[in-house]
Design a protein around this ligand. Structure first.
Ligand SMILES: Cc1ncc(COP(=O)(O)O)c(C=O)c1O
Length: 403
């Protein structure tokens, strides 16, 4: 079923994360070049918009990463791609490109991009983590990819977050099939070793995806893709007057996610992307992806699974936060001491007998009326992220207490 969806000829269910799929896919590419007497090909081109796991996987496979620029619209800069591919033609192993890109746009030149790489004897790795903008609409195996990983924990219903479980199968074209991950229990094992201890992937997790695909059916899956794209565009349009959307494609549309730019706000009045992320907790939201792939921005990927009511709740929170920012911009409230800089407001702070903030408890706790009937009470206040990253704190009991 995954082959049919992606347009690839073969699939390995062994990798247990998208990043592990990248590793397995690059191993297949290396083994393929090796089999053709071109084992010297070791350069991997990666656009600057790529997810961090792409260059990390290439490094793990001993490939040399060469970064390709993106243009002002967030697309791969074709001239730079051509120049870099020319430069390293002899040693070009692969391009890793994400479609639709992490900049939230459908890369219109994707076929041309793949052709350039193939023209130099390289293989194209299409990072398929954003497949929920493609299922039923287009197939990476048909528009130029030689190999892709899919994040089943994104597109195919396996719960995402909290450290797993993930599944990152790879699909490949016929020519790469002999180089899919092997296993000692399989007599026809491939030239490439195993990337996980279970030969056929996780027997306890994969039935979730199997059932999801069966129950959704072809029409249902296509519908989910369309809803994911619609939701991304709905958020982009509703928020664009308040926050600039960094990249859009043709007709001012995004793919299934959008990046909103908070850098002009930070430059103008000092309110940062962190302040907005922390204030969202008071409104009952975990912030969307922050400062990736562009620092100082929020990347919002609603997916197909949120209801319109939930998406509207998020939009209302972001619009209200914009009004709170406007008060800092106009000088009505101080930049150091305001509802944003003090967020999140914990249950303890909000219920303490003393209250010395320059705004009311109501403003802090219930900035929107709907919060009065459904409120998340933050248990922990703001921490100094950078300090926390640099100073490991162990909160478990010392070993001596077990004696
Ligand atoms: C574009 C892209 N590539 C790769 C990955 C890596 O997937 P995983 O976190 O399962 O290793 C992600 C994860 O979010 C992603 O968004």
């Amino acid at each position: 079923m995954l082959c049919e969806i992606t347009g690839y000829d073969a699939m390995s269910l062994q990798p247990n994360a998208g990043s592990q799929g990248e590793y397995a896919g690059l191993l297949a590419i290396e083994a393929y070049h090796e089999s053709r007497g071109e084992g010297h090909r070791n350069i991997c081109l990666i656009p600057s918009s790529a997810h961090g796991t792409n260059p990390a996987s290439a490094q793990l496979c001993n490939m040399r990463v060469v970064v390709v620029k993106c243009d002002s619209e967030g697309n791969v800069d074709i001239d730079d791609l051509r120049a870099k591919a020319d430069e390293c033609s002899e040693n070009l192993a692969a391009l890793m490109v994400t479609y639709p890109s992490t900049h939230g746009v459908f890369e219109e030149a994707i076929q041309e991009i793949c052709d350039v790489i193939h023209g130099h004897g390289g293989q194209v790795y299409i990072d398929g983590a954003n497949l929920n903008a493609m299922v039923g609409v287009c197939q990476p195996g048909k528009f130029g990819g030689d190999v892709s990983h899919l994040n089943l924990h994104k597109t195919f219903c396996i719960p995402h977050g909290g450290g797993g479980p993930g599944v990152g199968p790879i699909g490949v074209g016929k020519h790469l099939e002999p180089f899919l991950p092997g296993h000692y229990t399989n007599k026809e094992s491939s030239a490439v070793g195993a990337v996980a201890s279970a030969a056929w992937g996780s027997a306890s997790i994969l039935p979730i995806t199997w059932m999801y695909i069966k129950m959704m059916g072809a029409e249902g899956l296509k519908d989910a893709t369309e809803v994911a794209i619609l939701n991304g565009n709905y958020i982009a349009k509703q928020l664009s007057d308040a926050y600039p959307v960094l990249y859009t494609g043709r007709n001012d549309l995004v793919a299934h996610e959008c990046i909103i730019d908070l850098r002009p706000i930070k430059d103008g009045c000092g309110v940062s992307v962190d302040d907005v992320a922390k204030r969202l907790i008071d409104y009952g939201f975990h912030a969307p992806t922050m400062s990736f792939p562009v620092s100082g921005t929020l990347m919002i990927e609603p997916t197909e699974s949120e209801s319109k009511a939930e998406i509207d709740r998020f939009i209302n929170a972001m619009l209200m936060i914009r009004k709170e920012i406007a008060e800092v911009e106009s000088g009505t409230v101080s930049v150091e001491d305001n509802v944003l800089s003090n967020a999140p407001h914990t249950a303890e702070v909000l219920t303490a007998d003393e209250w010395e903030k320059p705004y009311s408890r109501t403003q802090a706790a219930y900035p929107l009326p709907a919060l009065k009937t459904s409120k998340y009470w933050a248990p922990v206040g703001r921490v100094d992220n950078a300090y926390g990253d640099k100073n490991l704190q162990c909160s478990c009991l010392p070993i001596s207490s077990y004696e």
